[in-house]
Design a protein around this ligand. Structure first.
Ligand code: ATP
Length: 244
């Protein structure tokens, strides 16, 4: 068990109906960093994130989150992790504030300034407006606020900038960097927008056909791949190491 890592998986396998979706998957996310998780459609990103949050059981292998084995410590991990995976579900008739209040009650968290949370994600003026009337981007902002609201140590965000406008993308980018720098959080996020990952990630992990083929720090990547993350990613996709 290592406390230097927020996430460690080793030899992780997940099968659905006998089909191996994750194959010998090894992920290492260092504490206090932003890890950009990349891979083509269907590579297994969401499946892995669901396993990390206890939504799916691994078929085999070791899965540690914040130094705890997920299979044995699911409840404890859920309190320390905030997540946004797939389409967020809300109480549609309630306001943004009421949705977060209910989440905090469920998490047995008190003393959280919900208005501040909503301000952080640019949702200050929605008042009593029902979530059912929110745009896609507003729902995404609310989902991020909810994931943050119980002050997790680790944020797991599956394509968090989906549906956000350019301003929203920049605001979330700044927020994620601030959360890591000022609040010592660790963030694992997936995205298909390579330029976004290039902007904020400390490390990138690339998964293809269920296996993380490579993890590399952005510093190494910048020094070794002149064409940056796009060249690196497409290098791996075409069967190489991504490094010339
Ligand atoms: N419950 C399930 N039952 C059977 N197959 C599944 C299930 N969930 C996911 N899969 C399969 O697992 C593979 C990986 O899916 P996953 O959603 O993890 O990919 P992804 O990398 O997140 O893709 P995307 O970038 O498109 O979101 C896909 O082939 C998918 O069809």
């Amino acid at each position: 068990m290592s406390v230097d890592y927020a996430v460690r998986t080793d030899g992780l396998i997940k099968t659905f109906s006998g089909m191996e979706i994750l194959t010998n998957c090894c992920m290492n996310v260092q504490l206090g960093t932003i890890y950009g998780f990349l891979g083509p459609n269907g590579a297994g990103k969401t499946t892995l994130m669901k396993i990390l949050t206890g939504l799916l059981q691994p078929t085999a292998g070791s899965v540690e989150v914040l130094g705890l084995q997920v299979v044995k410590h699911r409840e404890e991990i859920l309190r320390k992790v905030g997540s946004l995976i797939e389409v967020p579900v809300f109480f549609e008739r309630l306001s943004a504030e009421a949705n977060i209040r209910l989440h905090l009650e469920y998490m047995s968290m008190t003393g959280v300034d919900i208005k501040e949370m909503l301000e952080m994600v640019g949702l200050t003026h929605t008042g009593q407006q029902a979530v059912s009337t929110f745009s896609l981007g507003m729902r995404q902002r609310l989902a991020i606020a909810r994931a943050l609201s119980h002050k997790p140590e680790l944020l797991i965000l599956d394509e968090p900038i989906n549906g956000l406008d350019p301003m929203g993308i920049r605001e979330m980018r700044d927020l994620f960097v601030k959360l890591v720098k000022e609040h010592k959080m660790t963030i694992l996020l997936s995205s298909h927008i390579l330029s976004e990952i290039e902007h904020i990630a400390d490390t990138v992990g690339v998964i293809t056909r269920g296996t993380i083929v490579r993890e590399l720090s952005m510093c190494e990547l910048r020094s070794q791949v002149p064409g940056g993350l796009e060249d690196y990613f497409f290098g791996i996709m075409s069967g190489g190491h991504g490094i010339a």
